[in-house]
Ligand binder design. Structure first.
Ligand code: KIV
Ligand code: ZN
Length: 512
């Protein structure tokens, strides 16, 4: 019988701290429901003390999720802990996660506190958190650069004070696998009450080692909780990626003494949902969830796989939720087939009205592109604005002129707050012309910091999926748009990003 490895998903907290990845309450709810469907053990829904928006989002997740534990982050102080406790109060299973930095560098330079003060603050915070909730996690921020003797002292004290999980983050992604595994192993051996808590790891990917460090700590160090994010989203280079952790443990069940309870067939739908909501595309060669993760290009590999699948495949694409570019629907597919396929893919449909609008867009797409793949459906549904995010700006029509020797020219009509306006502009290319035309009406003053195009499926009739990242006044947003015409996809993505910028008031800013 395998031991249980707890999967603690922090996509909506640490993941959200990626510039531009902030999520609305509705977006967090969609992700939380999908994480629950995937059978994640603990969902870290946010940092309630960070902003009223984050508080509301955590509260909404706590009201909705029944099967997974809902966790809220709090610095080790009374106000943060009380706010976290209040936010998760409606949850069936709740956890407060409190943290304080323990490395000499952080204690001296960031906190301006002596180690004894840090220890006292940690114990006091865990005690307070335990008054609200039986499930309390304590993290030693910058744990991998902390002194081992001090870690032993503080961890023993917080376990005594009631911490049920202790987490040793590699906050700056500095550790290497053997060293990190040894740290967890040594702590478990030296802390006298170590058997009273679950040991957890939380690794950042600055050196590309987040997954390797986490797995080493599970295998050699005895950690039984891994903190991770979908698609490895997270601060700077990101966190350990959930899909890689889960599939490594499952595929190499011969070496791991533990397993997760994750429904792996939900991995690809979850990855796509997070990517479309945050606007962070998944790189094609990303393990498990990248478009090429199961594509065999070389003749030798293709021949081998056709003769015997296991020659070059260690996992089955369908086991992680890939449907192999199946043509699922076409021009003649009806509303019922459309709805059924969305349900099979785990895509949230929303109200009848939203389904009708999505079906109308599906029919439009099927007219242009006769074969509709699952990937097209994911992109189509991603265009549905969340209820609190009804678009202020909408594309009504566009005409782009591109001719050798002539400057590309864009003409377009936008609806802004329900009123239509037309404009035109030249540019150095058709996309540039279109963006200039939009700006001549909207005057957003935002800076374009990223523009990228990906083909969603194969073939020249594939939809192009465009990501646009805009920055304004320190705020970064990502917009997504998909269409068989990549200029139209670009315009949709730009408008999507502008609409997000307009929603300043209701969007959440997790950074303190
Ligand atoms: O990386 C880190 O140290 C964190 C803690 C708050 C757990 O995210
Ligand atoms: Zn972190």
């Amino acid at each position: 019988m395998k031991e249980h490895l707890i999967i603690f998903d922090t996509t909506m907290r640490d993941g959200e701290q990626s510039p531009g990845a902030s999520m609305t309450k509705e977006e967090k709810l969609r992700i939380a429901r999908q994480l629950e469907r995937m059978r994640v053990d603990v969902i870290e829904a946010g940092f309630p003390a960070a902003s009223p928006g984050d508080f509301d989002a955590v509260r909404a997740v706590a009201e909705t999720i029944k099967e997974s534990t809902v966790c809220a982050l709090a610095r080790a102080n009374d106000a943060d802990i009380e706010r976290a406790a209040e936010a998760i109060r409606p949850a069936k299973r709740q956890r407060i996660h409190t943290f304080i930095a323990t490395s000499p560098l952080h204690m001296e330079k960031k906190l301006g506190m002596r180690p004894d003060e840090v220890l006292e603050q940690a114990v006091r915070s865990v005690r307070l958190a335990r008054r609200y909730c039986d499930d309390v996690e304590f993290s030693t921020e910058d744990g991998s650069r902390s002194e081992i003797d001090f870690l032993c002292r503080i961890l023993e004290a917080v376990i005594d004070a009631g911490a049920t999980t202790v987490n040793i983050p590699d906050t700056v992604g500095y550790a290497v696998p053997e060293e990190y595994a040894n740290l967890i192993k040594t702590l478990r051996e030296r802390v006298p009450n170590s058997d009273k808590a679950i040991w957890s790891v939380h690794c950042h990917n600055d050196l590309g080692l987040a997954v390797a460090n986490s797995l080493a700590a599970v295998l050699e160090g005895g950690a039984r909780q891994v903190e991770c994010t979908i698609n490895g989203l997270g601060e700077r280079a990101g966190n350990a990626s959930l899909e890689e952790i889960v599939m490594a443990v499952r595929t190499r069940h011969d070496v791991f003494p533990c397993d997760t309870r994750i429904d792996a067939t939900q991995i690809v739908p979850t990855s796509k949902l997070v990517s479309t909501i945050t606007g962070f595309p998944v790189q094609p060669n990303k393990a498990i969830v990248g478009a090429n993760a199961f594509a065999h290009e070389s003749g030798i590999h293709q021949d081998g796989v056709l003769k015997h699948r296991e020659t070059y495949e260690i996992m089955r694409a369908e086991d992680v939720g890939w449907t192999a570019n199946k043509i699922v629907l076409g021009k003649h597919s009806g509303r019922r087939a459309f709805r059924a396929r969305l349900e099979e893919l785990g895509i949230e449909i929303g109200s009848e009205e939203q389904l009708n609008q999505a079906f109308a867009r599906f029919k439009e797409l099927a007219d242009k592109k006769h074969e509709i793949f699952d990937e097209d459906l994911f992109a189509l549904m991603a265009e549905e604005p969340a209820p609190s995010e009804q678009e202020r700006i909408r594309l009504v029509s566009t005409m782009i002129h591109s001719e050798t020797g002539e400057p590309p020219h864009a003409k377009l009509t936008l609806a802004i707050d329900g009123k239509e306006y037309s404009t035109e502009a030249d540019g150095s290319g058709p996309v540039d012309a279109a963006f200039k035309a939009i700006e001549s009406l909207v005057h957003s003053g935002a800076e374009l910091v990223l523009y990228s195009v990906n083909a969603i499926t194969q073939g020249t009739d594939a939809q192009g999926e465009v990501t646009v990242r805009l920055s304004k006044g320190g705020r970064i947003v990502n917009g997504l748009g998909a269409d068989t015409d990549i200029i139209v996809a670009s315009i949709k993505a730009y408008i999507n990003a502008l609409n997000k910028l307009q929603h300043d008031a209701v969007r959440i800013n997790p950074q303190l």
